[in-house]
Design a protein around this ligand. Structure first.
Ligand code: ADP
Length: 378
């Protein structure tokens, strides 16, 4: 009988697990937040992932439960484990990805390089941090942020008053995360897959280009990367995967600083936008690798199948209608591009698809990938 994987969350990451699941002969089931989501192509239930009974019911006859996002509450995860459900990544690892303050503390325990940081409960503590760090810093809400939402550069302690006020209303209390404003030359991402039995597969570190806090494009592998950079990034990825007992795919977002250090920005314990290039430019895609890893099957090679790949995200815009209208034109104009769409309504700034081009000449494929992605624009 086919192995069954249950994915909580019905977004594009779950959607992109469908093709490799079919190829591997697995059965993929999705618990989607609402009908018609990106992953509804798979056998899907609709329900609230915060509700214990809903998730337990969904998990009843699958071999492993995994995730399209990190937001499943700890009480739900604990109920799954108590009921004997196999969950990867496990609750302890996921807890680190759910809260940026917990993440900073655990990374510090593991001795990972990261920006100076502190937990601040009010403007006075924020002012102290600002005074010690040249008057500017980055404030982050520890939970629930994505695509730059919940991240703010501040130069005065009053600039986070609204977030402190929200904290004060929260019965659980809590603190904001403040970090030094890192003077980075570029952002990188290191992906590692890890099986429950301990085997790891390490992808080459990639460069991620962010615009307005959202990933715009990924260059894989990271251009101009020295052997040392590749090695240090890989060591950081493996140390975090092992240190936090991550199972499945891990993405470590990194800053490369002007003095050539790598600092950890953020962690994602699932397939990640920085790894979409692997669908078309690596021996084993991150989606296939995630399925293999959470099922504790042997991992595939994590090596590029072309010298370079460039992935460009397609974002919805104010005047953008259905992508379907432009699909045929984009295909006709860019037959070399691998075009992926998520079946999502194109709202402004929303990731609705991506394009990958692979080849031997980085400048040329970057040009072609950008042209293909922009053919979806009005
Ligand atoms: P999100 O969870 O929304 O992805 P991140 O913590 O990854 O938020 O931050 C979003 C972006 O903000 C990063 O990709 C980076 O460009 C910028 N950023 C975050 N932290 C810092 C920092 N400490 N110094 C400089 N820039 C930062």
């Amino acid at each position: 009988m086919a192995l069954r994987v249950g994915v909580v969350g019905g977004g594009q990451l779950a959607r992109m697990m469908i093709a490799p699941a079919v190829e591997l002969g697995l059965e993929l089931r999705v618990l989607a937040e609402e009908p018609g989501m990106a992953a509804s192509l798979a056998a899907s239930a609709v329900g609230d992932y915060r509700d214990v009974d809903t998730v337990l019911q969904f998990a009843r006859d699958v071999d492993v439960v995994t995730f399209d996002h990190e937001h499943v509450p700890q009480d739900v995860l604990a109920a799954l484990v108590d009921a004997g459900v196999v969950v990867h990544p496990g609750p302890a690892a996921l807890g680190v990805a759910q809260d940026k303050l917990v993440m900073r503390a655990r990374l510090a325990e593991l001795g990972m390089p990261q920006p100076d940081w502190a937990a601040v409960t009010g403007p006075d503590e924020l002012k102290t941090f600002l005074d010690e760090h040249g008057g500017r810093a980055v404030v982050k809400t520890p939970r629930g942020g994505y695509d730059g939402k919940g991240v703010r550069v501040v130069s005065a302690a009053t600039e986070a008053d609204d977030w402190f006020a929200t904290l004060a209303e929260d019965a659980r209390g809590g603190a904001l995360l403040v970090e030094e404003l890192v003077d980075f030359t570029r952002e990188l991402a290191q992906q590692v897959a890890r099986r429950p039995s301990g085997d790891v597969a390490v992808y080459p570190v990639v460069e991620t280009v962010q615009r307005d806090g959202v990933c715009a494009e990924v260059l894989a592998p990271a251009p101009h990367a020295s052997e040392r950079l590749l090695e240090v990034a890989a060591q950081i990825g493996v140390a975090i995967a092992e240190g936090l007992d991550v199972t499945g795919m891990l993405a470590v977002e990194l800053f490369e600083t002007t003095d050539e250090r790598l600092l950890v920005n953020e962690l994602a314990m699932r397939p990640h936008n920085s790894g979409h290039w692997t669908q078309d430019g690596a021996v084993t895609s991150q989606f296939e690798q995630h399925l293999r890893a959470v099922l504790d099957l042997p991992l595939g090679e994590a090596v590029p199948s072309a010298p370079w790949s460039v992935m460009v995200n397609v974002l919805g815009g104010p005047a953008r209608g259905s992508l379907d209208d432009r699909f045929a034109a984009a295909m006709a104009e860019h037959p070399d591009a691998k075009i992926h769409t998520y079946g999502k309504a194109p709202r402004p700034g929303r990731k609705v698809g991506h394009v990958t081009v692979s080849g031997a000449d980085l400048d040329e494929i970057a040009y072609r990938a950008r042209a293909a992605a922009s053919s979806f624009l009005d």
